[in-house]
Each structure stands twice: as C-alpha cells, then as structure tokens.
Design a protein around this ligand. Structure first.
Ligand SMILES: [Zn+2]
Length: 199
C-alpha cells in the first residue's frame, strides 16, 4: 500500500504593487474583523511581494486592498539601519518579530524625540526624501494568529511602522514634506498618475 501523497502547499506568488495615482493609496483601510484564511493568504502574498521588490514594508493598500493590514521586515537593511524593540521594557531580538504582520495597528509616540531620515516607497519608485518621524513608538496590533502584539521600537522598525500605518490611512510619505520639496518630485509623480488613469 502506498502512502497517501502529501498535499503540496500552493506556491505563494507576488502581487502587483500599485503606483501613485491608484485610488486605493488614498483610501482609509477597513478594519480586519476576522483573521481567516483569506487574510492569512493575503499577508503571505504581501510578504513574498515585499521581498521580491526589495522593500522593508508593504501595506495592503499597495496591492490594491484597502484593509488595516501591513507587513514589515527590517532585517535585510539591519546593518545599515538598525532597530531595537522592547516588550514590557525588556529588550528583545528584533529578528524574532520578523517578518512582522500588523493587523489593525495603532501607533503611539514614546517621548518627544523626532528624527529626519531618508524614505522611499514601493508605490513611488525613484522618489526618496528625508522625512521627520518619531524616534521611538509603541505599536499595538494583532498578529497573524489574532494575538495582541504590544511592543516599542526605534530605528528603522519605528520608521517603517509609521510609514506603513500612514498608508493604512491613505497618507503617503510625500505628504510630510514641505510644499517646495513635494513640488520637486512632481514630474515623476505626474508620470505615475498618468499611468494610473482608468482605475
Ligand atoms: Zn510606502
């Protein structure tokens, strides 16, 4: 008697990342009410997409889904842009949180320190600029199993979380720039916008 063949796990394929001008990028994401298989699959597809595109974070809006769901992995950039994380005041290995799936996340600043650092966005390839963000934040969200995750972070993890949670509210990093700096990026933005017509 032959052993029954093990069902092969379906291959997770990357999704298309929508660009500036797509209406999903300006929408407020709906709360994820139930973490079911469709949400788990979407999160896995977003993680694969983030790695494929060499990003350190991706919001559901960027794959055309307006939901309170984002993924982050800061490890590929860790040497150049490190992070620290704490749970209940105790520091933990950032790697143990990665890849991070944030469902229905909330961000609270910790302290008053703010920092300017360079950001880019997979929905606006080629545009980079210095953005002011809180240095350290508390992140409260559900993970992929629905468990509550409540931790503090600084460095790139803090920055990426603020960038991604902005996406979930229809905010892009260029919105934080002074008008004249935003205007300097307008030629590239207009090209993305022209290609997005018809959505
Ligand atoms: Zn982005």
């Amino acid at each position: 008697m032959s052993r029954p063949k093990k069902a092969k796990a379906p291959e997770i394929k990357p999704l298309e990342v929508v660009k500036y001008g797509h209406p999903a990028l300006r929408s407020k994401g709906k709360k994820v009410e139930k973490i079911d298989d469709s949400i788990r699959t979407l999160a896995e597809e977003m993680i694969v997409t983030m790695y494929e595109e060499d990003g350190c974070g991706l919001a559901a809006h960027q794959v055309g889904r307006s939901l309170q769901l984002a993924v982050i992995d800061v490890m590929p950039a860790f040497e150049d842009r490190p992070s620290r994380a704490w749970i209940d005041g105790r520091e933990l290995e950032v790697e143990s949180l990665m890849p991070l799936v944030m469902i229905n996340p909330e961000i609270h600043p910790v302290g008053d320190e703010k920092l300017f650092e360079t950001e880019g966005c997979l929905s606006m390839p080629g545009i980079y600029d210095e953005v002011e963000r809180h240095a350290r934040v508390r992140i409260v969200c559900q993970d992929i199993d629905g468990s509550l995750l409540d931790f503090e972070a600084d460095g790139l993890l803090s920055r990426a979380a603020q960038h991604e949670v902005d996406h979930l509210h229809g905010i892009l990093f260029i919105d934080h720039l002074p008008a004249e700096d935003r205007a300097a990026h307008q030629p590239i933005l207009s090209k993305f916008q022209a290609r997005s017509v018809g959505f």
